[in-house]
Write a protein that binds this ligand. Structure first.
Ligand code: SF4
Ligand code: SF4
Length: 715
């Protein structure tokens, strides 16, 4: 460590502590005098640093004069309100010392704005001055917008800016901990740690790699925390709700900035994101009281808020996935993203921009980095769901969902070539694993893949006939993990309340459903035919250089799927199923409808008298008309039913169970008859007293003899 650094590091640390102390003071300031003192001291620090920055450029008479002028001006500007306030207070105190009270600070918002601007100014000056003092040479700023942005990037990307900033954030969070809203303080603590782990802060490859992975993991932790918190709090304070969305937007920008930095070396976008985060952070801590005295809103009645939550998380994750891929694979990753030049007339530029955006999203969402990160995040939410699920079968299925995501979505597609087994066939020749969505991922429709494709379709078809569509849509498909974590599962309320979701409620196939299914199947047939003709050399049609079926795969499952996921608050949960835009689900549902799978009740008289209808309310597909079938026939069959099983756990009388080939088989073998798949005696209500209730929830003891509760309210 150089002798200069020995002096500068403690100096920077002392300034960070002083700034944090002033921010804490500003959070407690209730009188105009306090506010004036805080402003005066912050301006005093800025005048010192500003004077120093001028002298770093011109250490001559003119430089000294300019530094003195600037210092004098800032001190005068900040001292005037202080003197004015002190004199006013002294006058009022002398007039009536007994009733004297300090004048209250009225415009807190303006005060907080001034504090944040001064803290930001001080930080920028530190990031400017300290590198020069450490011998880095004066920063040259070109007199243009681009030059200013570049200089800003250099200042903000400097360790003299980022580390003191992180220290201030951490200190203020700790000092104000007990006064902060519990959810807010957790977010602030995450933000402080994220600031320390800024990859551009140090010019070292080891630092870059470790901070990219650590900050990504930390951000995933934050997203999980936020989503779980929202799930557990149906009502969110307005200020906290706004803060959450703004923080997610800032983190989306931050991840885009880090991706740009790693791809091009420019820190401009990263710097803008850091400054935005600072403003957000310090305005929250300096005005923390507004989070405590907050009006709450019901987020399930605010689809726009929920869409922003999902949308910003997804954008942040897209860039995080790209960042991880870039760090892991170097520029090889950039070569995978087709990029058309943004030149020519306006129409060409627009078309090329759309194409570039499409392929960026499709390549990233199909990449190992993105899928590992997304699977970890959504997998934790599913694990949290398992924790609150009591039915053993349901817990097992949710566990299988996570395992299936890890195996079929991440490991095999992403790491097939790295499996340490020699003579592995191409992934396209492996049934199911090579064709997880029945299309595209393994390759085009080449004759060499026919056997694998045929086996894939037959296998999924027969499994669906035996166990129902749940094999695919509730276990094997990566969508199951995405949909069934705690928060997203609770978004099933939007199936009933959202304008689009409502149109697809129930078991019937509306004309909108028929159209979407027709378009999906038609596009699949067209793309497959062209792909085959391409493969045998009759045609040479590609889409943006890609095989048509691979393009279709990218379109449906790399882009559209995520768009539809984000729009769940407007289109409803499991919209691939409810709207019928997934050909793979359509294939499975055809076999499911013909096979053994159905829901059955142990005693339909219970359903006839039930007033809770909890089974229908808990369905993530929105099969609201299931009760009618249960009451009349004692069973429920629907092509749309994915066997998620929430309804089984939700029935307050344990009256419902899933019937599939296992029950059929047991029914044919006396040794096993009378026992359901999860070991509950069938029928459940033998010998029970008849229900004579108006409201089953109120009048029937939930644990009365003859009734067995199985499962929690929503699992
Ligand atoms: S319909 Fe398609 S995308 Fe949706 S869960 Fe089923 S297989 Fe997956
Ligand atoms: S909640 Fe249970 S008892 Fe009520 S209708 Fe549904 S399956 Fe029948």
């Amino acid at each position: 460590m150089s002798s200069l650094a020995v002096v500068l590091i403690p100096l920077a640390a002392a300034m960070a502590v002083a700034l944090a102390g002033l921010i804490r003071w500003s959070a407690h300031a209730r009188s105009r005098t306090d506010a004036a003192w805080v402003g005066f001291l912050l301006a005093g620090m800025a005048s010192m640093l500003g004077g120093g920055a001028i002298l770093a450029y011109r250490n001559d008479t003119e430089g000294w004069l300019a530094a003195l002028w600037l210092g004098g001006l800032l001190m005068a500007l900040s001292a005037t309100p202080l003197l004015w306030t002190l004199l006013g207070e002294a006058r009022r105190r002398s007039e009536d010392p007994r009733t004297f009270a300090p004048a209250a600070l009225r415009d807190r918002r303006a005060f907080v704005g001034i504090v944040v601007a001064l803290v930001l100014g001080n930080e920028l000056l530190m990031g400017w001055l300290f590198p020069i003092a450490a011998g880095g040479g004066a920063l040259v700023v070109r007199p243009s917008l681009a030059g200013t942005v570049t200089a800003l990037g250099v200042v903000v990307g400097s360790p003299w800016f980022l580390f003191p900033m992180a220290a201030e954030m951490g200190l203020t969070t700790v000092w104000l901990w007990t006064e902060l809203d519990p959810a807010l303080r957790v977010m602030l603590a995450f933000q402080s740690a994220m600031m320390v782990l800024s990859p551009p802060a140090l010019p070292s490859a080891a630092w870059h790699a470790s901070t990219i992975y650590l900050s990504s993991a930390l951000m995933i932790g934050l997203f999980v925390y936020q989503m779980e918190w929202v799930y557990r709090h149906p009502r969110v304070g307005i200020a906290l709700g706004r803060y959450t969305i703004r923080l997610l937007a800032v983190y989306a920008l931050l991840m885009a900035g880090l991706y740009e930095w790693l791809a091009t070396g420019s820190v401009a976008l990263f710097a803008v994101a850091v400054l935005a985060e600072m403003v957000l952070f310090f305005s929250a801590v300096a005005d923390a009281a507004r989070f405590r005295d907050d009006d709450p809103f019901t987020w399930q009645l605010r689809p726009s808020w929920a869409v922003q939550l999902l949308g910003w998380v997804l954008v942040a994750e897209l860039f995080m996935g790209a960042l991880l891929d870039l760090e892991a694979n170097g520029n090889g990753f950039l070569l995978l993203v087709p990029q058309l030049p943004l030149s020519g007339d306006a129409a060409t530029i627009a078309a090329h921009a759309v194409s570039n955006g499409f392929w960026f999203v499709a390549v990233v969402t199909g990449s190992a980095g993105f899928l590992v990160m997304m699977g970890s995040e959504m997998g934790v939410l599913v694990a949290l769901k398992i924790r609150e699920t009591r039915r053993r079968e349901q817990r097992l299925r949710l566990g299988l969902t996570i395992a299936a995501f890890a195996a079929t979505t991440v490991y095999f597609p992403g790491f097939w070539n790295t499996v340490p087994i020699s003579h592995l066939p191409p992934i396209g020749q492996v049934p199911v694993l090579g064709w997880t969505m029945g299309i595209g991922s393994g390759g085009g429709l080449a004759p060499g893949f026919f056997v694998a494709i045929l086996v894939t379709y037959l296998l999924i078809g027969s499994m669906s006939a035996l166990f129902g569509r749940r094999v695919l849509c509730s276990v094997l498909c990566s969508a199951a993990t995405m949909y069934q974590g705690t928060l997203v599962d609770s978004m099933k309320s939007f199936n009933r309340s959202s304008p689009v979701g409502r149109k697809f409620l129930g078991t019937h196939f509306s004309s909108a459903y028929t159209v979407t299914t027709g378009v999906t199947l038609g596009s699949l047939a067209g793309a497959s035919t062209i792909s085959y003709l391409d493969a045998i050399g009759r045609l040479q049609w590609t889409v943006g250089g890609s095989d048509p079926t691979q393009f279709l795969f990218s379109f449906y499952f790399g882009v559209l799927w995520y768009v539809m996921f984000v729009t769940i608050p407007y289109t409803g949960n499991y919209n691939c199923v409810t709207m019928g835009w997934c050909h793979w689900g359509t294939w499975s549902q055809a076999f499911s409808r013909l096979g053994f799978f159905r829901l059955k009740v142990k005693d339909r008289t219970i359903c006839q008298q039930c007033r809770t209808l909890d089974c229908a309310k808990s369905c993530p597909i929105g099969l609201v008309d299931m009760v009618g079938q249960l009451r009349t026939t004692g069973e429920f069959r629907s092509s749309k039913c994915c066997g998620v099983g929430n309804c089984v756990g939700a029935c307050p009388y344990g009256n419902l169970y899933i019937h599939d080939v296992r029950h059929w088989w047991r029914g044919r073998r006396p040794a096993f008859s009378g026992t359901s798949a999860d070991g509950v005696p069938l029928p459940m209500v033998r010998g029970s007293r008849p229900l004579t209730v108006r409201n089953a929830t109120a009048d029937v003891p939930r644990t009365s003899p003859g009734f067995t509760r199985s499962g929690g309210p929503s699992s």
